[in-house]
Structure formats: structure tokens, C-alpha cells
Design a protein around this ligand. Structure first.
Ligand SMILES: *[C@@H]1O[C@H](CO)[C@@H](O)[C@H](O)[C@H]1NC(C)=O
Ligand SMILES: *[C@@H]1O[C@H](CO)[C@@H](O)[C@H](O)[C@H]1NC(C)=O
Ligand SMILES: *[C@@H]1O[C@H](CO)[C@@H](O)[C@H](O)[C@H]1NC(C)=O
Ligand SMILES: [Zn+2]
Length: 376
């Protein structure tokens, strides 16, 4: 765990260049987008995770028990035990031409991932989010007037303070969780789940995903999805955020085409991950100033601020800004609620029923009208 933290803190400065580019440059999301809230039956993700509908009789081991953690890989992510069905789905997608053949990047310590000569990260064939290239369908901006509440890197010991605060304020956030942290801090996980917050994917071991092979990308996402699935009564996560915001056409396609995941980045960055560093690159004061600028500024587009449940200070930075959020009239929601969409691929949210994959069967939980239309 410590090594994971140290790793993320050491390597993270490389991406901070993202801050210097105008977040509004590629702004497209003026209104609530229409989206399906379920994947069509034909999507491979439906065969990859056993569904726990009311009728299929699957019971899941209780979170934190030895049976619950059994079978999940230790850090680093295991390629050996990956279910064959996941690999088959990947290879089928590759054969069908759905996974662009973008080469893996190399990340020298302290610098951004780099592509081999001849591959431009801003070209639409590569489109690296580290370099601020936006792939259509990925989420960078909120709808006007919205501030989505999302936190990365948990669950961790600083998380409960945040969860108590959110609960007290009647708010539901999206938690982009690291798989190995869920294994290590099941009680923190349970607290967010009992608060009915949305649980999303931040990979198993927090790597730069563009440095990973197709199979490794699959393992990083798949194991995290499986653990969340097994810990939420069979829900299949729908959103993921790449560590360091590092994704590209290849990584994104594996997430989307094989696992049905939507990629979420951000449009403002607090650098709050560095607050607990020996040499932080920001401070609570500096973040308070940034928050003031953003929260009293334009509401077009809505805000997706990168924040972490990584340290007491990063949690404090969010809580300190809360009064400004309220006094400026932001609509505060989880990422899914901001999109007017479900939090899971097979369930509307933590309290809604878990669906069997069945196109058009909206009888269990009709989504709000603006989400009924398909975009696929
Ligand atoms: C997840 O839950 C399913 C259903 O109970 C179980 O078969 C499986 O062993 C669990 N663990 C993993 C790693 O899939
Ligand atoms: C879950 O969705 C239902 C239906 O939209 C809503 O009434 C409920 O408040 C939601 N629960 C949470 C925790 O957001
Ligand atoms: C973080 O805050 C908690 C709760 O106030 C406290 O128990 C813990 O010691 C703090 N941790 C650090 C590293 O300061
Ligand atoms: Zn992270």
C-alpha cells in the first residue's frame, strides 16, 4: 500500500501540465446528453460478469471476509488467473478491428508517457488524454450549472471523514476506487456503499494505462470491476477514470468495447494529491483560491474537479470549499446523476434493482425520460 502511494505521488507531477491548457477548448456538452442506461444484450460485458438478479440465486461473500478476497490478485495485477472469457472477448474485439493498434507508451520517471516516433499524441488515431486530446464520448465537462462530486484513489483511511461530511450534507459522490485499496480497506468501502454513493473504477494498481499491453489493460479494469461487482450485490460498474488521466484510443476502446466502461476525465485540477507530499506543489490556501475562482466563475460548462480521498488534507480541501459550492448555487451530483444516467451498467444506482441483461425491459426501473434514447 505504502509503495502504491509513494509511487502515485512520485510519478504524478508529470501530468500536471494538463492544467495549463484551457479546459473549455473542446467544450461540447451544453445539455444533458441522451444515453442508454444499459448496454445492448449483444455487448460482451454481459457474458463476463455473472449477474445477480432477483432470480439467479447467486449470493456474494460478505465484504471483508476471506471468501470475499479469495481469488483476487495481489498487487501487481495478475495476468495468470485472468478468466479466459475476458481474454476471448478482448481477442474477438481485436479481430473485429474494434481496438486501435496504438503502440504502448514509455514513461521515463517524472515525465509524461511518450509514443514511438511517428505517433503524434494529438492525432485523432492516438488521441492521448494526457496531452489533452479529447475522444468523443469521453466525459471531460459537466452539463451547465453542475458540479460533479468525484474522488479518486480510495478507499483509504482518510475516506470516512469525507463520507461523514457528504452524508451530513445529503450528497452522493462518485468514488473512483483502486481495486487493491478496496481489498485492504473493506470497512471504508462498506461505508461509501451504505451511503449509497456511486462506486466506479480507478484500476487495480494505478498505473499509467497507456504503458500497458492490451491484456494488462484488461486485467487492471476487469479485476476492479469484478471486485466491485462482488461487493455491490452484482452491479457492473459503468464509469472509470484513468490514473493520471492517461488514456488513448486503444485503452479507451478496450474499456468501452470489451467492458462497457465510459471514460471520465476532468476539467479542473486541484493538485490536491500533493498536499501530503514532503514537498507539496500546492497548499490548502492555493486550492482555496483556485476553488474560489472556479466556483464563482462561469457555469458553462459544468465543473468536474479532480479531487482525491488520499490524505486528510485533500479531504479538507474539498470540505473547505463546500460553503462556496452552496452559496453559488451549483447543482451537486455524482457523475452518473450529472449525466442523467445510471451509475451501473445493470442497475440505476445503489438502491435500484439489479437487472438481468435484457434490451428494452425497463419494467424493473424506468429511467428518467431524457435517458431513454439510445446513442449507439
Ligand atoms: C465473485 O463472486 C462470484 C459469485 O459469488 C464467485 O463465483 C467468484 O468466485 C467471486 N470471486 C471472484 C474473484 O470472481
Ligand atoms: C436512486 O435512484 C432513484 C430513482 O431515480 C432515486 O429516487 C434515489 O434517490 C436514488 N438514490 C440515490 C442514493 O441517489
Ligand atoms: C487524519 O484524521 C484522522 C481523523 O481526524 C486522524 O485520526 C488521523 O490521525 C489523521 N491522519 C493523519 C496522517 O494526520
Ligand atoms: Zn489516482
Amino acid at each position: 500500500m505504502l509503495s502504491l502511494l509513494v509511487f502515485s505521488l512520485l510519478v504524478a507531477p508529470a501530468v500536471q501540465a494538463v492544467d495549463s491548457v484551457s479546459p473549455y477548448h473542446h467544450y461540447v456538452n451544453a445539455e444533458l446528453p441522451a444515453r442508454t442506461w444499459y448496454q445492448p444484450d449483444s455487448h460482451p460485458v454481459h457474458t463476463l460478469f455473472r449477474r445477480a438478479g432477483a432470480n439467479d440465486g447467486v449470493t456474494y461473500a460478505s465484504v471483508g471476509s476471506p471468501e470475499w478476497s479469495k481469488g483476487f490478485p495481489a498487487d501487481p495485477v495478475s495476468m495468470q488467473n485472468m478468466p479466459q472469457a475476458w481474454l476471448d472477448a478482448l481477442h474477438k474485439a481485436v479481430s473485429a478491428g474494434k481496438i486501435p493498434d496504438v503502440p504502448v507508451t514509455i514513461t521515463p520517471p517524472g515525465s509524461n508517457p511518450t509514443y514511438p516516433d511517428g505517433y503524434d499524441p494529438m492525432n485523432h488515431d492516438v488521441c492521448s488524454s494526457t496531452y489533452q486530446c479529447r475522444i468523443p464520448g469521453d466525459i471531460w465537462d459537466g452539463p451547465d450549472g453542475y458540479l460533479s462530486l468525484s474522488f479518486d484513489d480510495g478507499p483509504l483511511p482518510p475516506s470516512p471523514t469525507l463520507y461523514k461530511f457528504l452524508k451530513e450534507k445529503g450528497q452522493h459522490a462518485t468514488h473512483f476506487y483502486i481495486g487493491t485499496n478496496i481489498l485492504q480497506y473493506p470497512d471504508c468501502f462498506e461505508m461509501a456503499w451504505e451511503n449509497q454513493d456511486d462506486i466506479a473504477v480507478h484500476t487495480w494498481t494505478h498505473p499509467y494505462m497507456t504503458t500497458k499491453t492490451n491484456e494488462e489493460v484488461l486485467a487492471e479494469l476487469g479485476w476492479t470491476m469484478q471486485l466491485i461487482h462482488n461487493s455491490t450485490g452484482g452491479r457492473v460498474p459503468k464509469y472509470w477514470r484513468p490514473p493520471y488521466g492517461d488514456s488513448d484510443m486503444r485503452v479507451r476502446a478496450i474499456a468501452k468495447e470489451v467492458l462497457g466502461l465510459t471514460t471520465v476525465i476532468w476539467n479542473q485540477d486541484t493538485n490536491d494529491w500533493s498536499l501530503s507530499d514532503p514537498v507539496p506543489i500546492t497548499s490548502l490556501d492555493k486550492i482555496a483560491t483556485q476553488m474560489h475562482t472556479w466556483l464563482t466563475g462561469s457555469k458553462k460548462p459544468g465543473l468536474i474537479i479532480l479531487e482525491h480521498e488520499l490524505s486528510n488534507q485533500s479531504v479538507q480541501a474539498f470540505m473547505d470549499a463546500w460553503d462556496l459550492v452552496v452559496s453559488n448555487g451549483w447543482k451537486t451530483t455524482s457523475v452518473a446523476q450529472m449525466e442523467g444516467a445510471s451509475a451501473y451498467q445493470n442497475s440505476w444506482n445503489a438502491s435500484g434493482p439489479v437487472m438481468q441483461a435484457k434490451v428494452g425491459d425497463l419494467s424493473v426501473h424506468p429511467p428518467p425520460s431524457q435517458t431513454a434514447e439510445s446513442t449507439t
